[in-house]
Design a protein around this ligand. Sequence first.
Ligand SMILES: [Zn+2]
Length: 289
Amino acid sequence: MGKTIINILGAGRSGTTMLDLILGSDNESFSMGEVCAWFRPFREHHFTIDCNCGNPKCKYWLALKGVDESKFYTHAFTKWNVKYIIDSSKNLSWMIDGHSWAKKQNIEVINFIIYKPIIDYIFSIWKRGESVDAALYRYKLYYKRFFESGIDAYAVNFDELVNNTDTMLDVITDITKQPKVENRHQFWVKEHHHLFGSGGTRNQAKEGESKIKTKESFPEEFVKQIPDFKNRIERDKQLSRILLKLEQIDVKEKNRQPNHGIRKPLWYYYLKIHNRFKTKFPSSSKTKF
Ligand SMILES: [Zn+2]
């Protein structure tokens, strides 16, 4: 039986959890959520099994407890008996390592990178009380590092995914070869066992709120700042380059150039160590470095 890991990449607050759950919504697929946080915890709550099903002793995750991260894919496919595993960890050093583990274990890897139109992304950060600078910084940093990593991924525009959901899912599942199930976008129907990820989307999966979240309407206070944001965006050459490159690898682009050869830029080591160091703060004497 062929085995495929489907990675969902993207800056935080870009719909990664939603796409993860949608692709995990058939009987051959398992949506894992942000599994990297479990193996490489960086917040206190990552030390416990935070499964969407609410059971702290969830059998799916208990079955994998103590498995070395490099062997984890093989174990997961065997224990869960599925063909597709979806991972929305997003962490790029985890993804880089995952590609080499998968290769050794003869597992196929397919990557999608989701991105929000920049004004929508700024809004999702702004409404949480953070500045436009913080939003632009994070957006550019994530996608810039993605391109530096050499990971080959199909870009998915969040707007298109929520507005033309069926068409987009058809294109995506043509690539993954997952079964064509009706109403795949109704990710809340299936009981998922995914870890961490976007709180809002997880609640939706739990409570079965039956509607895919479309574009949010902006409040007046945000709307009046949009011309100023647009001005800044237009002058930002680095951002324009990133957006252009994302368009070039769009999932619908017929002549897309695959990205070959994964690299380990300096930040790869930083992201890896950063997570490890952060494991220190629950003051566990067992933590080894
Ligand atoms: Zn569970």
